[in-house]
Design a protein around this ligand. Structure first.
Ligand SMILES: NC(=O)c1ccc[n+]([C@@H]2O[C@H](COP(=O)([O-])OP(=O)(O)OC[C@H]3O[C@@H](n4cnc5c(N)ncnc54)[C@H](OP(=O)(O)O)[C@@H]3O)[C@@H](O)[C@H]2O)c1
Length: 244
């Protein structure tokens, strides 16, 4: 028996990296999964890789019309949602003194604003007792130089979660934040050179980055009844980087 048998899950930004690994695992555990991403070709490839019980909906999580289209599709195909993993996010280095309005806008537009509207627009379809979680970052818990914009845009998520736990208590919907440390994903390859990767690895206790599958298994915990008494929390999955 799978941990998500008969459940419907929506995962945004899931054509690569940790959310794609999560989508595969959720399907293996019995869910039907809706995945999103902006690039059509990457979305088609991800749907093909997952192979069954998956619907790809192309769209930008910062675009409210695209979010409406996503949830209209979910409504038409499945009618309701049991788990939402709002994972679409962007991040890059911005040195204090050189931060532009555009840098600030790009990070907050998707990470803070897009994530909030993803959750809000999913709510009418949510089954009571469901699970919502958002991808944070341990950059918001540690003082990594040059990451203030990204850190700030992710730091709002635990605050959202705490408030929404109160607002959704009558529906028994849980809200948490899944907070990875450095994970070897396409995003990380794009924004870090070899020197920076080595620097980040040096602060991880095991000296090796996380794998997308290691975040996916934490996501399965949050999506399933295994975490039924975990609510309003930030689950930090960073190999211990934040605590040393
Ligand atoms: N990798 C790390 O070390 C790390 C650490 C902490 C937190 N995170 C967070 O983890 C999440 C996933 O990161 P990842 O490293 O697994 O990245 P990734 O492999 O680059 O995947 C990012 C995914 O998000 C999609 N995406 C990007 N912008 C989007 C948008 N506006 N709307 C919808 N989809 C969008 C991408 O597809 P398209 O480009 O086609 O849209 C892709 O599917 C992000 O929120 C990131 O901030 C990453």
């Amino acid at each position: 028996m799978g941990k998500l048998d008969g459940k419907v899950a929506v995962i945004t930004g899931a054509t690569s990296g940790m959310a794609l690994a999560g989508a595969k695992l959720f399907v293996d555990e019995g869910a039907h999964v809706f995945i999103t991403g902006r690039r059509k070709d990457a979305l088609e490839e991800a749907v093909e890789q997952i192979g069954r019980n998956v619907t790809g909906v192309q769209g930008d999580s910062a675009d409210l019309d695209d979010l409406d289209r996503l949830f209209d599709t979910v409504k038409q195909e499945k009618g309701s949602i049991d788990a939402l993993w709002a994972s679409a996010g962007v991040g890059k280095q911005n040195k204090l003194g050189e931060i532009t309005e555009e840098d600030f806008h790009d990070a907050f537009w998707l990470n803070a604003r897009g994530t909030l509207f993803t959750v809000q627009k999913a709510l009418p379809l949510f089954n009571d007792g469901g699970s919502i979680f958002m991808t944070g970052s341990n950059a918001s818990l540690r003082g990594y130089p040059n990451w203030s914009v990204y850190a700030g845009s992710k730091a709002v998520l635990p605050a959202y979660a705490r408030v929404w736990v109160s607002e959704l208590r009558d529906r028994k919907i849980r809200v948490n934040v899944l907070t990875p440390g450095q994970v070897a994903s396409p995003m990380l390859e794009e924004v870090m050179d070899e020197e920076m990767k080595a620097q980040f690895e040096s602060v991880i206790p095991r000296r090796e980055m996380g794998r997308p599958e290691e975040i996916a298994s934490a996501a399965l915990f949050l999506a399933s009844d295994d975490s039924s008494y975990v609510n309003g929390m930030e689950l930090v999955v960073d190999g211990g980087t934040t605590v040393i």
